[in-house]
Design a protein around this ligand. Structure first.
Ligand code: DPP
Ligand code: ZN
Length: 873
């Protein structure tokens, strides 16, 4: 497979102005008729051939201006159709046939539990019909869907329903029209036996919009939260960005088999059922919050993505980075803002940092790719969102909003680039963003080595920041970035933020210093007392900040920092210092001793009054094994696990009474609601329970049993079940697991959780359980959610996936090899943990390498090929 380069971009020679499609649905042989109005670009020579993408299509007829084309006039190969000579403007008619039932890749038109649905982003439309499948070709669409009246009573496509009727042979049709020009990746079609839940929304200018959620009959009771989230998102986008919905109808459909979380097709969003269905009995708090965020994300794409789209797929972060930033702000406004930031950053620093440090590291705007589906990454999405967040902070919210207005009005209906977006921000703010653009071009996580000195005699504090970005594949030399470091100085006597004076100018108690060079020293004057610096507040830039904090400094910040995010971070840093010692002790075979300063800090946390229980729960949670691993030069799987367990158990023993008190104080019989208050209360209670269960405290076991049996809500039930299954109390875990599995056998989303709980247990039998569960009737390799819940989850079970006999790696490779044939996109994603082989000890390196080689020896899809090839480079 050959890479595509950003530098090779050429505007389309022929554009489609209007697209008419007719689908005659059939599982084995769906006929797709296309009638496309083309126009040649005025600068393009008349001899330029017309190329249309098309894969896995059977062409049955082809005509231009009503004249069938002679076979010598065109060429078909595995990538598409070329017609040598075409007029400057013409109508092309084609008919192809496709087989939705055989489509296990879940790209293009496929069947999910008998229902038809589509996924066209990024390049799925070429599996539906011959078409210039690129985002810079935007056309209006008129789509007729013909289906069986009994099997497919519901026939949906983008836009507004304009006609429907009966046909012979128990068939019927519906015609849809989308007046907004769109690229074909936003095309969608759904057909099946679905039930609808309907609501309404009146926009800020009085447009009455019908909102519909389409689900299978058994899921009707799981739609309330998604509908409420949608309405909140619509209001938020009006109030925050001035963006109004632009059609009379907005539809969301839930499907079981889906590669991604959801898809923002114009007027007809298609969702993975896991990203839309919730019910207190079946979904956890985390799932409720995720659904809210994804519903909002896809809705926000209507402007940031659909009305203004990407010129080419290298610009993917233009829509994704901006839209993730928008959904993060929405969730922060709707829930606990500090917790949202803590959770996002915590995930980011674990998973995106790992990606940016591995062999698949790439810039937020990549400059080449083989398979674009491999670039729907944490870097493009989450680091892209961090860049937009920095932009927003650099120019200030008011200017950012004006820049966003300018962007949407200037480029409405167009396919544009990241420069177009940044230029709008520059124009409205006057801020020079030239150097800032490097954030889009340079891969790798920048690291800042900071050090500070307090000069008593002159009452000055000198802060020196030095930046470096490590080499990444294909990018050895890095230029300095423009890094905004938000910070404060906390007085060690007063425990208060000091008023800052920088270069003679008063800054307030919190300021942003701009690191632009390799190294800069910032001199703060009139610093009346020795301070501890609080750096990178709110995670103001996606970097690693190193500062030689002592444990006393960190304990001090943990209590006194005015920035909630940095208070949490101080706790994480403090725990990390203790963990580092314990990891070393484990490796050296020395007895482990708990650092009493950490215990004291946690005791103080538990004793301090708090109005945000969710924040406290986050503060009490130890860094995950994955995060700890990210901080180590070489990952020692066993030492990390042992050290972390030791800290957990030491804290549980030392603070047993406190944890029990917290648990009891946060019991509630309130009716379940996914409110920030209730969620905070449940998280706090459950964190306490986790600590207690780490020592298998008898009282805690009773709490767990009772909580499981009470069946108040899935958050509590799942947590209790997980703790039981992850403990050594099999005599209690087994019956609970069995009862749960039987009770929910009919519900695929709950069964996903049942799988995950079992394969993430730390006991040695986890791998055997995976193999066993792969034979379970509820499991299927063809369903991406099942693959993620069982195989993906097992690969996160660090001590078991990284077993020293290599059986975990071999299992993953077996699945990748099989999935490579069925669903290359999911197969390629699943390899990720193996690609990080260089981070481990020699034995594990060799074992992982061997599995990568084994995969590489197979006939591979371009998706899997690209990932494996990078991993072995
Ligand atoms: N559906 C995916 C998302 O919304 C890809 N656009 O991010
Ligand atoms: Zn998106």
């Amino acid at each position: 497979p050959q890479p595509v380069y950003l530098s090779d971009y050429q505007p389309p020679a022929y554009r489609v102005i209007h697209t008419e499609l007719t689908f005659d649905l059939d599982p084995a042989q769906t006929r797709v008729k296309a009638r496309l109005s083309f126009e040649r670009h005025p600068d393009v020579e008349a001899t330029t051939p017309l190329f249309l993408n098309g894969e896995q299509l059977t062409l049955t007829s082809l005509a231009i201006e009503g004249q069938p084309l002679d076979e010598s006039a065109y060429r078909v190969d595995e990538y598409g159709l070329t017609i040598e000579r075409v007029p400057a403007s013409f109508t092309l008619e084609s008919e192809v046939s496709i087989a939705p039932e055989a489509n296990t890749a879940l790209e293009g038109l496929y069947q999910s539990k008998g229902m038809y649905c589509t996924q066209c982003e990024a390049e799925g439309f070429r599996r539906i019909t011959y078409y210039p499948d690129r985002p810079d070709v935007m056309a209006t669409f008129r789509v007729t869907v013909i289906g069986d009246k009994s099997r497919e009573p519901v026939l949906l496509a983008n836009g507004n329903l304009i006609e429907k009727g009966e046909l012979e042979g128990n068939r019927h049709f519906v015609t849809w029209e989308d007046p907004h020009p769109k690229p074909c990746y936003l095309f969608a079609l759904v057909a099946g036996d679905l039930k609808k839940i309907e609501d309404h929304f009146t926009t800020m200018n009085g447009r009455k919009v019908t909102l519909q959620l389409w689900v299978e009959a058994e899921n009707v009771s799981k739609t309330e939260h998604a509908m409420a989230s949608l309405k909140r998102a619509m209001t938020w986008d009006e109030e925050t960005y001035g963006r109004e919905y632009d059609l009379d109808l907005f539809m969301i459909v839930a499907v079981n088999d889906f590669n991604m979380g959801a898809m923002e097709n114009k007027g007809l969003n298609i969702f993975n059922s896991a990203a839309v269905l919730t019910h207190p009995d079946t979904a956890t708090d985390a799932a409720f919050q995720q659904v809210e965020g994804i519903v909002a994300h896809e809705y926000f794409h209507n402007w940031s993505g659909n009305r203004v789209t990407c010129r080419d797929w290298f610009q993917l972060s233009l829509k994704e980075g901006f839209t993730v930033f928008r959904d993060q702000c929405f969730s922060a406004d709707t829930n606990s803002a500090p917790v949202k930031r803590i959770q996002d950053v915590s995930f980011f620093r674990t998973a995106q940092f790992a990606e940016d440090a591995g062999p698949t590291a790439h810039p937020v705007r990549p400059d080449h790719y083989i398979e674009i589906t491999n670039f729907y990454t944490l870097t493009v999405y989450e680091k892209g969102a961090e860049i937009v967040r920095m932009l927003c902070n650099l120019v200030g919210w008011d200017a950012f909003r004006r820049g966003s207005d300018l962007y949407f009005s200037r480029f409405d209906g167009q396919a544009v680039t990241i420069e177009d977006f940044v230029t709008c921000m520059e124009e409205v703010s006057g801020v020079d963003l030239g150097q800032f653009m490097r954030w889009y071009e340079q891969a790798g996580t920048p690291e800042i080595d900071a050090h500070g000195e307090y000069d008593y005699a002159h009452a000055e504090y000198h802060l020196t920041l030095r930046q470096r970005t490590p080499a990444t594949p294909g990018q050895t030399d890095k230029e300095p970035l423009h890094i905004p470091v938000r910070m404060g100085l906390v007085g060690t006597k007063s425990g208060q933020d000091l008023t800052l004076t920088l270069d003679g100018e008063k800054q307030g108690k919190d300021t942003v210093v701009h690191l632009r060079g390799d190294e800069q020293t910032f001199v703060f004057t009139e610093v009346a007392e020795a301070p501890v610096p609080s750096l990178l507040r709110h995670f103001s830039a996606p970097v690693k900040m190193h500062f030689p904090y002592s444990r006393e400094d960190l304990a001090f910040l943990l209590t006194h920092d005015s920035d909630g995010f940095n208070r949490w971070d101080a706790g994480q840093r403090l725990a990390m210092l203790a963990l580092d010692d314990l990891i070393a002790a484990h490796r050296n075979g020395v007895e482990k001793v708990m650092d009493s300063r950490v215990t004291d800090a946690y005791r103080a946390l538990l004793a301090s009054p708090t109005d945000d229980k969710a924040v406290l729960a986050e503060m009490l949670a130890l860094p995950t094994e994955a995060y700890i691993a990210e901080q180590q030069p070489l990952v020692d799987i066993d030492a990390i696990h042992a050290a972390r367990e030791f800290v957990r158990q030491s804290l549980a023993m030392a603070l047993r009474d406190e944890f029990i008190a917290v648990y009891e104080a946060n019991q509630s019989n309130e009716r379940y609601a996914p409110t920030p208050e209730q969620i905070g209360q449940r998280s706090l209670k459950n964190v306490a329970l986790s600590y207690l269960m780490s020592i298998e405290d008898e009282q805690a076991i009773v709490f767990c049993q009772t909580q499981f049996e009470a069946e108040h809500n899935m958050t509590d039930v799942r947590h209790a079940l997980t703790l039981l299954v992850h403990s050594d109390r099999d005599e209690m875990a087994s019956p609970a697991l069995k009862a749960f599995g039987e009770k929910w056998a009919h519900d695929p989303l709950v069964m996903d959780q049942w799988f995950t709980i079992q394969v993430t247990r730390p006991q040695e039998d986890a791998l055997e359980r995976v193999k066993h569960l792969m034979q379970h009737p509820a499991f299927s390799l063809k369903n991406p959610n099942k693959v993620r819940a069982l195989i993906g989850a097992f690969a996160q079970n660090r001590i078991n996936f990284h077993r020293l006999d290599g059986a975990g790696y071999a299992l993953l490779a077996d699945v990748v090899i099989e999935l490579n044939r069925l669903n290359p996109e999911i197969a390629a994603r699943l390899i990720t943990p193996l690609t990080r082989w260089q981070r481990f000890d020699e034995t594990r390196q060799a074992l992982m390498h061997k599995q990568l080689e084994r995969i590489k020896a197979q006939p591979l899809s371009s998706n899997v090929y690209e990932v494996v090839e990078k991993a072995l480079a």
